[in-house]
Design a protein around this ligand. Structure first.
Ligand code: AGP
Length: 604
């Protein structure tokens, strides 16, 4: 999704901004742009397409200061004009923006009546004109007046030709960080602090209509009443390592192969004898009577599995809600509800908005997240880190299995507190859990079998993925992987539901991938497989080692190691990830940056 970056300091602003954009690329984008000040004039270059295209056509003179952008189109097509930066009518101001201005149409009309001319279809251009309208020599003041007119969310970085040594930044409900290092005499602004690539950096986060004036030696922050405030800074320790594929062809396959380790990291220190989370004092959970999981996409699929686990093992009413829907319900939330917001990035706008909404009901909020410095971790009452390391591929893989590991432990933690599990049962459960990384390694070692299956199934355009109980959300997650990187139509269904409508679609060109590893429902899913076969649809089953019967029904079979039902999603989903990866490869797709998608979805 859109990324903003700005630099002021003694290094070449153009090179620093280009390096910053490279760090933002993984978020997913469709255009890039860079602008700056040279000899009192704003200059810029912007291009639809990959950053490499922008670099090829760059002909900017030496810059004194620069701002840069990766765009993920919301308002207006993907073309050069709509890429950022956007300028005001006089060309004195340049703006890069992440977010959405909801009332841009009305503002645009008003500004047009006052004589403004627009050269793009974007909501961002309105901001440049508004700032210009209010500018009388003080850009903080102009920015303050301009953002008061904006409805929606934004992270903005602005430059003005009369202020060639200052970046101006403003944010509302959108991540925006300012990084600075006094010794180096430089400062940077970005929507993602990981893009700073500097060791030992002090970082502050803007929020709630705050405005910053940023020069290489000084940062002034103002609140929404334009009062100067002092902000807490965080130290970003500099074990910064640029992402690398480590010999793999894509980040996705590298991250799939990391899972035996990343799961161990999620478990580390949290299940010695009994389950413990130093992040969670017991009093935090004592009065909890129900749990609400929130998330989007993959994180919501993890939440669905967690809701089943909570109900079954901890015996606490639990449900998972897609964050973008949760916000608009009239939920029966109380201060005795624990809201668990699950997010790899911690910046997903829908998840943040739903969590903020839940807080209004007095709910306690817990973030389960992979990024320590994220907005979600900062705004929740408590947070548990996944420790999976940076996930670069847009298609989430290792974050999902780490989410499952942490959510399983969280279930057991609650079960302990509520005395719903005996020490013996807990011991046995943890034994199975500790065996999961080795089981996943077993699957990775037989990945070539899935590669062969992928060759066979790569030409189909439609799939159903089906499963029962724990295998239903697992099937949904595997289907999500396939559709997002292969662009084939793959939908997850509860296996029993097919005959209530979707089965009408089945034919020999419409395969079904059946996730069967849930022992409790083995007989039922066998019958569902027969129903599918009777309609001539090819069947690829992913079943566990003892499930003999499934093998005799399915056209193709991939075996996963046996475990208890509650933990069956781990191995099965890894098989699904590999299948999706190899099918996408067969189809020649852009695996790490699939079209139309963003890693961090920072608009609602
Ligand atoms: C997963 O492969 C997706 N790219 C997507 O569904 C993702 O899980 C979703 O956007 C939520 O992201 P988050 O975990 O960072 O909140």
């Amino acid at each position: 999704m859109c990324g903003v970056f700005g630099y002021v300091g003694k290094e070449d602003p153009l090179s620093v901004c280009l390096a910053g954009l490279e760090q933002l690329e993984y978020r997913g984008y469709d255009s890039t742009g860079i602008g700056g000040i040279c000899k009192g004039e704003i200059v810029f270059c912007k291009k639809a397409g990959k950053l490499s295209l922008l670099k090829q056509g760059l002909d900017l003179p030496p810059l004194e200061i620069a701002i840069a952008h990766t765009r993920w189109a919301t308002h207006g097509r993907v073309n050069d004009q709509n890429a950022h930066p956007h300028l005001d009518g006089s060309g004195a101001i340049a703006v890069v923006h992440n977010g959405i201005i909801e009332n841009y149409d009305a503002l645009r009309e008003d500004l047009r009546k006052e004589g403004a001319r627009f050269s793009s279809e974007t909501d961002t251009e309105v901001i440049a004109h508004l700032i210009s309208k209010h500018y009388q020599g003080d850009l903080v003041e102009a920015l303050h007046k301009a953002i008061a007119w904006l409805k929606g969310i934004f992270a903005l970085v602005v430059i003005h030709k009369n202020h060639p040594h200052e970046l101006y930044a403003a944010a509302r409900a959108c991540p925006l960080s300012v990084g600075f290092n006094d010794e180096r005499n430089e400062a940077m602004v970005s929507s993602d602090p990981n893009a700073f690539q500097r060791p030992r950096l002090n970082v502050l986060f803007l929020q709630s209509n705050e405005i910053a004036r940023v020069s290489s030696s000084r940062i002034d922050v103002y609140d929404q009443r334009l009062k100067k405030i002092s902000k807490k800074t965080e130290r970003l320790e500099g074990n910064f390592q640029p992402p690398a594929k480590g010999g793999f062809e894509h980040y996705m396959i590298k991250e799939i192969y990391e899972q035996p380790i990343t799961i161990q990291k999620s478990l580390f220190g949290r299940c010695n004898g009994e389950v413990q989370f130093e992040e969670l004092p017991p009093y935090f959970l004592n009065k909890i009577k129900q749990v609400w999981f929130l998330g989007c996409g993959t994180s919501a699929n993890a939440g669905r599995i967690a809701a089943l686990l909570f109900e079954e093992i901890a015996r606490i009413p639990a449900q998972c809600e897609i964050a973008s829907e949760a916000r608009y319900r009239t939920p029966l939330l109380t201060p005795e509800t624990l809201v668990v917001a699950i997010s790899q990035s911690g910046e997903t706008a829908d998840t943040l908005a739903a969590m903020r909404e839940a807080k209004k009901y007095g709910c306690k909020t817990l973030a389960i997240c992979n990024v320590k410095s994220s907005t979600l971790m900062r705004e929740s009452d408590a947070g548990i880190l996944l420790n999976a390391g940076p996930e670069i591929s847009v298609c989430s893989t290792k974050a999902f299995t780490s989410q499952l590991a942490v959510l399983t432990l969280l279930t057991l933690y609650f079960a302990q507190l509520k005395k719903q599990i005996s020490p013996k049962q807990l011991h046995s459960f943890l034994e199975h859990l500790r065996a999961i990384p080795a089981q996943i390694q077993q699957i990775l070692d037989t990945a070539s079998d899935l590669q062969k299956l992928a060759k066979k199934y790569a030409d189909y355009e439609h799939f159903f993925f089906m499963g029962r109980r724990y295998m239903f959300p697992t099937a949904c997650e595997a289907a999500l992987k396939l559709k997002e990187i292969s662009y084939v139509n793959a939908n997850g269904y509860p296996a029993g539901e097919l005959k209530h409508g979707p089965i009408a679609l089945l034919n020999p060109r419409f395969p079904v991938v059946a996730f069967c590893a849930n022992q409790q429902t083995e007989e039922k899913i066998s019958s569902n497989l027969m129903e599918v076969k009777a309609r001539g649809a090819p069947v690829l089953a992913i079943a566990s080692e003892p499930q003999e019967n499934i093998g005799s029904i399915a056209d193709d079979l991939f075996r996963v190691p046996h475990t208890i039902d509650e933990l069956s999603p781990f191995a099965s989903v890894v098989a699904g990830q590999l299948l999706a990866y190899y099918i996408a490869k067969e189809r020649g797709c852009d695996i790490d940056q699939p079209r139309n998608l963003a890693k961090s979805v920072t608009v609602e």
